[in-house]
Structures are given as C-alpha cells and as structure tokens.
Design a protein around this ligand. Structure first.
Ligand SMILES: CC(C)(COP(=O)(O)OP(=O)(O)OC[C@H]1O[C@@H](n2cnc3c(N)ncnc32)[C@H](O)[C@@H]1OP(=O)(O)O)[C@@H](O)C(=O)NCCC(=O)NCCS
Length: 141
C-alpha cells in the first residue's frame, strides 16, 4: 500500500498512453531518436501482454516493456516515477516481467544500459544481473 492505495502491476491499456509518456519524460527515457508514441504503437503489435504498468489507483507510476524472441528475453522502458523511487517498486516491476518471461520458456534476460548510467547498473546488480563480456551492436532499419 502507498498513500492508502494498493500498488498493482498489470498490462498497459491504451487510455494510459499520455500518462506513460509523461512518466518516461520525467524519468529521462525519451531520446531524440525514439518517438515514445511510436514505440508504444509498435509494442501493441508484438507481445502487448509483456508491456506492464505499475499503478496506484488510476495513476501510472511505473512501467516495463519486456519481449521474448524465442532465444532471449529483453527489458526496456523500466521507469518508476521520481517521487516513488527507492521503495522497491523497480524491483517488483522487473520481478513481474521476469516471471512472465520465464512462464514463456525464456532462459535468459538481456538488457542494455548506457555505460555512463552507473545508477541503473547498480540497480540491476542488486537484482542479480551481471555484466556480459560482449559488445552491444545495432543497426537502424
Ligand atoms: C532504475 C529505477 C527503475 C529503479 O527503481 P526503484 O524503484 O528506485 O528501485 P528499487 O527501490 O526497487 O531498488 C531495488 C534495489 O536497487 C537499489 N538501487 C536502486 N536505485 C539505485 C541507485 N540509484 N544506486 C544504487 N542502488 C540502487 C536499491 O537500493 C535496492 O536494493 P535492495 O533491494 O538490495 O535494497 C528508477 O531509478 C528509475 O526509474 N530510473 C530512471 C529511469 C531509468 O534510468 N530506467 C532504466 C533505463 S536502462
């Protein structure tokens, strides 16, 4: 319970788009090369049940976008609103997404964090993630 409201984790609903995008801006997850509205629209076409929100009543205060392509699970757009951080909610979001990925048979989760983002590296380390000895590469399509 937070402020007498239960914290609940469930799949994203389209009516929550503006709340989610506002949260991502607050958490500095919106970058010039990614349109958050387009990212949400794309996710709704692929495994939408793995796009989760954490709510307090009708307020969206956390998100996580997971995916599984048959080999690895991926986590993106993890966010907890600044005023609710450091109370275990980020951990709960990752644990819920992990449970859903595991239920689909996913054997390992990968994720990407900017090397300069030492706080989030510390967060995932607390959750048992380790740094893989790999170079992350990408190509825009
Ligand atoms: C990363 C984020 C989701 C963490 O959420 P949170 O609710 O504050 O994290 P929790 O309270 O669940 O913390 C879980 C553990 O990580 C630790 N932790 C959290 N933030 C930390 C930090 N900045 N530095 C060191 N440790 C941290 C906590 O102490 C806790 O450890 P414990 O369970 O062993 O006591 C939140 O800081 C956030 O939204 N950041 C901005 C968005 C972002 O950068 N997302 C990741 C993109 S890759």
């Amino acid at each position: 319970m937070i402020n007498n409201l239960p914290f609940a984790i469930r799949p994203y609903q389209p009516a929550e788009e503006s709340q989610v995008v506002t949260l991502w801006h607050q958490c500095k997850l919106v970058v010039p090369w990614n349109d958050p509205h387009r990212d949400i629209a794309l996710k709704l076409q692929v495994q939408p049940h793995l796009f989760l929100v954490g709510t307090l009543g009708t307020a969206v205060i956390a998100t996580i976008m997971a995916g599984y392509e048959g080999h690895r699970g991926w986590l993106n757009y993890l966010a907890v609103s600044p005023e609710h951080q450091r109370h275990g909610l980020g951990r709960r979001m990752v644990e819920e997404a992990t449970a859903l990925l595991k239920a689909e048979g996913c054997p390992k989760i990968n994720l990407q964090i900017r090397a300069s983002n030492t706080e989030v590296i510390a967060f995932y380390t607390r959750l048992g993630f380790t740094v893989d000895d790999v170079v992350s590469m990408g190509k825009r399509l």
